[in-house]
Design a protein around this ligand. Structure first.
Ligand code: FAD
Length: 344
């Protein structure tokens, strides 16, 4: 499954009804996605909540086009292709993706855990695994452009087809900006990419591809103001080094200016924390009943310098967390899942 198709498949879920599942995973980064696979393999119904409108966590948000060299079994793999493979691996178990929902509250009881999102969705689960990584990501906003959100200004493009036939302005010089340009080239009518510096932070290979393609790349240029009422109809841009100004006929602006990360949501849930990380024991249990955690967000109790924040480590912790949650959910079950290669 390619980048474009993965992004289009996992649409933002808008729900107001309470839902019930065996296992809720908070965080759809690589750790959460792999945990969802393992939950399916163990026969649990599973939902994955993420504040972002896309799965993939840090990989999809920060370095989708970068090569990763230290994931077991892959001598090298492009970030987004790893995410696509994780999404594909869990797909047969039909997890419920609750994208665009920031988990804000958690109440754990002897029998269940309730998690509430900022859009008033409540999920009741028999166990929860928190795989919140470095926290919720908020896109860095384009200054003075708030009124154009939902009127042509976007920070994500979960459905590429929404930009079909439009003149698109992409703002930014990192991997995401170049990734959006490549994904949108076959769909948009025209693409202009502007960046306020002459140098890009994006992977050299993606920059070279975009420079060789139909996207017009302009540096060093910045957004002056967006024009249109209420929808974007044009954008005034200015040259960072002189007074040169131009007005581009644009119907959609994609701002890819990076993200800020925020872990504060978890601080009010009664979880034991160490330097803002969630403390777990070797079974990945937290101090709260029926609540587990795995991946970048954790620290190991009493071994404060032992945690290694890498994708491969998160995968192992995901399997440990799920297999131990299975026994919490049904004490007649075993922690060891058997082998996936065994006939079943
Ligand atoms: C530039 C860069 C390069 C890297 N390169 C490598 C590499 O080569 N190899 C390697 O192994 N690792 C690498 N890493 C680290 C790797 O990306 C992380 O270890 C990995 O992403 C951790 O996965 P995770 O699922 O635990 O957390 P994350 O990837 O951070 O995912 C957490 C998810 O939880 C969501 N979330 C957080 N809080 C909430 C909430 N309250 N409600 C709902 N959702 C929430 C977030 O939106 C996010 O999607 C790199 C990191 C960066 C930044």
């Amino acid at each position: 499954m390619g980048l474009a198709s993965a992004r289009q498949t996992l649409n933002v879920v808008i729900m107001s009804q309470p839902i019930e599942v065996d296992l809720l995973i908070v965080g759809a980064g690589p750790t959460g996605l792999y945990a969802a696979y393992y939950a399916g393999f163990r026969g649990l119904s599973v939902a994955i909540m993420d504040s972002l409108p896309q799965a993939g966590g840090q990989i999809s948000a920060l370095y989708p086009e970068k090569m990763i060299y230290d994931v077991a079994g892959y001598p090298e793999i492009k970030g987004q292709l790893l995410v696509d493979a994780l999404v594909e691996q869990v797909a047969p178990f039909e997890p419920q993706y609750l994208l665009g929902h920031r988990a804000e509250s958690l109440v754990s009881t002897e029998d269940y855990v309730d998690v509430g999102s900022h859009r008033d969705l409540t999920v009741r689960a028999k166990a929860v695994i928190i795989t919140g990584g470095i926290g919720t990501f908020t896109p860095r906003p384009l200054p003075d452009a708030e009124t154009y959100e939902d009127h042509g200004l976007r920070y994500f493009v979960p459905k590429l087809d929404d930009l079909k036939g439009l003149d698109v302005l992409i703002v930014g010089g990192g991997d995401s900006a170049f990734d959006w340009a490549q994904s949108l080239e076959p769909i948009a009518k025209s693409i202009t990419l502007i960046h306020r510096r002459d140098k890009f932070r994006a992977h050299e290979g993606s920059v070279a591809k975009v420079l060789a393609g139909p996207t017009e790349v302009m540096t060093p240029w910045e957004v002056g103001r967006i024009i249109g009422d209420p929808d974007v109809t044009s954008v005034e841009i200015f040259h960072s080094g002189n007074a040169d100004r131009r007005t581009l006929q644009i119907q959609s602006v994609v701002a890819a200016l990076g993200f800020t990360a925020d872990l504060s949501a978890f601080a009010t849930w009664g979880l034991e924390q160490h330097k803002r990380h969630i403390v777990v024991d070797p079974t990945m249990r937290t101090n709260l009943t029926r609540v587990f955690a795995a991946g970048d967000i954790i620290d190991y109790k009493d071994y404060w310098d032992a945690k290694v924040r890498l994708i491969s480590v998160g995968f192992g912790e995901a399997a440990t967390a799920v297999n131990n949650s299975v026994v919490t959910i049904d004490p007649t079950k075993k922690v060891f899942p058997g082998h996936s290669s065994d006939p079943h």
